[in-house]
Design a protein around this ligand. Structure first.
Ligand SMILES: Nc1ncnc2c1ncn2[C@@H]1O[C@H](COP(=O)(O)OP(=O)(O)O)[C@@H](O)[C@H]1O
Ligand SMILES: [Mg+2]
Length: 257
């Protein structure tokens, strides 16, 4: 049996604005196993980013609990999530310092750990170059600055930075939404391979149910803060139970009911 890496139980989050309270995440539970590629789909405003931000400790949890390998990390401990998970965002360019070379940006997290000696440094350099080639990135890109990279290259660099930091869990929030369809597919294939080969567990949030159904093995469908459907991707797509899921599928260009 696979190990459960990340778990959420009965998570709640509300915001107040001028119109009153918004229940952004309403009683959401999930579990992510080692090496799993879990998709979360739902339209804009359904609570996907809030849920991910709670997992990453970027948003306070109002109710419910979060577990990393069965250990509760809800609350204060959430601020230290960087040791096991990394979040990747839609705007890859904005996540890098525009003045810094990519090499320095991606190495920053590693350097903070204070490498002991030159052999350790060499090991990190080797890992860096292995990851570069695994992600289909030419070494010369390390000497460039973010704006000199294409959107797809820059997003692959942010995946590389997350993996180099040793994260076992990647939380991807619409990371392919600003990219063209060919690049979207390339990146999803890469994530799929990383999951399989390196046992990295991935949560892939997207409003694009066709993309999620193509790559993810399991999926959750969110609607107005709640999980309205979950299961293996093939089951959900072949026989969606919730009317909202049916609607998402029939509105999707890549799928049909
Ligand atoms: N910081 C915030 N303050 C007030 N409302 C917020 C905040 N963040 C999110 N929301 C609201 O919570 C709901 C869910 O948003 P979000 O999690 O961003 O959804 P999604 O990522 O699925 O588009 C929306 O109604 C949004 O307006
Ligand atoms: Mg969002």
């Amino acid at each position: 049996m696979s190990e459960v890496m990340l778990e959420g139980k009965k998570l709640h989050k509300s915001f107040s604005d001028k119109n009153g309270q918004i229940l952004a995440v309403n009683n959401v539970s999930f579990s992510l196993e080692e090496g799993e590629f879990l998709g979360i789909v739902g339209e804009s405003g359904s609570g996907k980013s809030t849920l991910l931000r709670m997992m990453a400790g970027l948003e306070e949890v109002d109710g419910g609990n979060l577990y990393y390998q069965h250990t509760d990390y809800t609350g204060d401990a959430a601020k230290n999530t960087g040791r096991f998970l990394q979040m990747i965002f839609q705007d890859a360019y904005a996540s890098f310092d525009p003045r810094m070379k990519m090499r320095d940006s991606v190495m920053e997290g590693v350097k903070r750990k204070n490498l002991k000696d030159t052999s350790e440094e060499k090991e990190v350099e080797k890992r860096l170059l292995d990851l570069m080639s695994g992600l289909g990135l030419d070494d010369s890109l390390l000497e460039k600055r973010p704006k000199e990279l294409s959107g797809g290259q820059c997003q692959r660099m942010s995946i590389l930075r997350a993996l180099l930091s040793g994260a076992k869990i990647l939380l991807c929030d619409e990371i392919t939404s600003a990219l063209d369809v060919v690049t979207q597919n390339q990146i999803c294939k890469l994530l799929q391979r990383i999951g399989r080969e390196s046992n990295v567990s991935i949560i892939f949030v997207s409003h694009d149910i066709a993309l999620v159904s193509k790559f993810c093995t399991k999926m959750l469908v969110m609607h107005e803060g709640q999980v309205v459907e979950e299961g293996s991707t093939s089951d959900v797509i072949a026989s969606p139970k919730h009317p909202y899921t049916r609607q998402l599928i029939s509105c999707s260009r890549g799928l049909s009911l």
